[in-house]
Design a protein around this ligand. Sequence first.
Ligand SMILES: Cc1cc2nc3c(=O)[nH]c(=O)nc-3n(C[C@H](O)[C@H](O)[C@H](O)COP(=O)(O)OP(=O)(O)OC[C@H]3O[C@@H](n4cnc5c(N)ncnc54)[C@H](O)[C@@H]3O)c2cc1C
Length: 689
Amino acid sequence: MESRREKNLMAEEESDGLIAARRIQRLSLHISPSLTPPPLLQPETCSARSKKLDVDGQALSLYMRGKHMDIQEKIFDFYNSRPDLQTPIEISKDDHRELCMNQLLGLVREAGIRPFRYVADDPEKYFAIMEAVGSVDMSLGIKMGVQYSLWGGSVINLGTKKHRDKYFDGIDNLDYTGCFAMTELHHGSNVQGLQTTATFDPLKDEFVIDTPHDGAIKWWIGNAAVHGKFATVFARLILPTHDSKGVSDMGVHAFIVPIRDMKTHQTLPGVEIQDCGHKVGLNGVDNGALRFRSVRIPRDNLLNRFGDVSRDGTYTSSLPTINKRFGATLGELVGGRVGLAYASVGVLKISATIAIRYSLLRQQFGPPKQPEVSILDYQSQQHKLMPMLASTYAYHFATLYLVEKYSEMKKTHDEQLVADVHALSAGLKSYITSYTAKALSVCREACGGHGYAAVNRFGSLRNDHDIFQTFEGDNTVLLQQVAADLLKRYKEKFQGGTLTVTWSYLRESMNTYLSQPNPVTARWEGEDHLRDPKFQLDAFRYRTSRLLQNVAARLQKHSKTLGGFGAWNRCLNHLLTLAESHIETVILAKFIEAVKNCPDPSARAALKLVCDLYALDRIWKDIGTYRNVDYVAPNKAKAIHKLTEYLSFQVRNVAKELVDAFELPDHVTRAPIAMQSDAYSQYTQVVGF
Ligand SMILES: Cc1cc2nc3c(=O)[nH]c(=O)nc-3n(C[C@H](O)[C@H](O)[C@H](O)COP(=O)(O)OP(=O)(O)OC[C@H]3O[C@@H](n4cnc5c(N)ncnc54)[C@H](O)[C@@H]3O)c2cc1C
């Protein structure tokens, strides 16, 4: 008879054998590209309902893939074939800047991809290119954005035919490298407060560009420190007048100012350039400071689409006020924001994929005498990563919608669409980039110590992406624009105005959603009800409508004593919550629509699962708001929580298929070739990346 000790030993050996087999199986996953997660730990609470959804991965990725996968693949193939154009982990600032310029030159002159051609005519393709190059090196994505979307975009969108004719080819082929010089040392978010001046000299038919004091030095200007030859400079247009004042300030306008010699690349007379130095991230982009001392440019260099100056100094514009012209000028620049929202989803896809794949393979602890389990089987890990995966899907569809609307706006110039896209791009840019910035830290932590190794990318992704929250409009400032727009439309509604598509729910909302929460539905807790898109969307809309109605009343009350500015500041946090709530509502509405439109039943079921998780997780995170007004009774709140956990578990079961559907190329989610060494490839096998 075997002794208890012998039995234990045999069990241990068996268990060691099992562990060894599991480890061999895991290592083999690195050789074979397909990723099969180890058997799952079935949490007891879910075991009765834990049937795995059957997902047709191919159908799902077909639905997810953008229209422009071909050009993205061409980009990946190009950089994969050129290890010399891949960014190593350790690189000095100066080398990184040179490499980044060479990466861009390679794209345009060797791979033959001409992003500028799509900026105006096919923005969807342009953003797809930006996403792909950004995944090669985020500095490259931003450098490309500075050249084509900011410098090039300002020339073609704020200028007229003469500018397009003169500059298009040079910008396109990178002969005319340029900058977008808006921000000053003392004024970033407050663009109307800029101090640089452009004074018209009627004798010489020129503008004179001046930096009146140190605070007006252009700061943070991408491409300025090393590579730029031109800058679009935003400056106050000053015209001589015959009255006692002698001059008239016509507000901020944009001017093309050459900053370096075309042949020698020397800085031109009157221009002073400083380097902004080493940054937290994006060190492949050469940010610099520009100071102008009576720099003369021809009158033609005024980008004159919204306002012009004739030979005799007369100002003309189709728009009646400085504010309208300023609005139109900034309105033309929303493309940068659209690009950042889109690119931020790309970063979220990368980091969620790395963290989830790692969590599927990594094993720690387990029941006694049994193999260790995947760390994704821990409820806490699911809680960190599964709602994030659901959000990634949600933002994917929301930004596709934004890009579609933006393209439509570029074609039609429809006034309402312009306003809609302006607020939507501000809202999505700020909401998504803030989310991604936080998610990057969560993903790093989810990969434990190995997430901290530079080869595994979280450090560079986090550092490079962080500034997405600030440039192209600080997120807190942008959310206020969304809130202001909502309030404007709220007012218009009561004055019989029209509402654009994205906002149209407000029309019904005030009557439907704000009628007292229904005490009967507040108690419904069945799964069918909680997973009904109508319940989910109603809940989001109710919250937004309520926040809007309350803040409108608060603003009215406070403005009597504090004035407009003071009242706004008194209600600022409330306004930011309102803006976020509205953006979440738009995101959910677009997600629900995307689920409905998915033609393949299996892919649709997978999308419905993540959509439900996105909606219920958001409701649960804000459950206090819903409970406070009894929109949700206590038993329903509990049911929402339980269902959210269950859905997280269900999503975990198909997490591999869900991340595979992003179809990210290997070099994006694993270390790029240039980072790999023998030690590295052994290392990845050991830790599971
Ligand atoms: C790497 C990098 C690249 C850049 N590239 C360019 C470029 O190529 N061209 C260019 O023109 N600019 C560029 N910028 C500048 C960038 O656009 C500005 O930094 C941005 O607009 C924010 O302005 P600011 O830095 O002055 O911040 P501020 O506006 O001073 O904001 C500072 C803080 O104050 C808060 N705040 C400000 N106003 C309000 C308000 N009304 N309500 C509540 N809170 C408020 C903000 O939320 C923020 O937290 C770049 C910046 C960086 C760092």
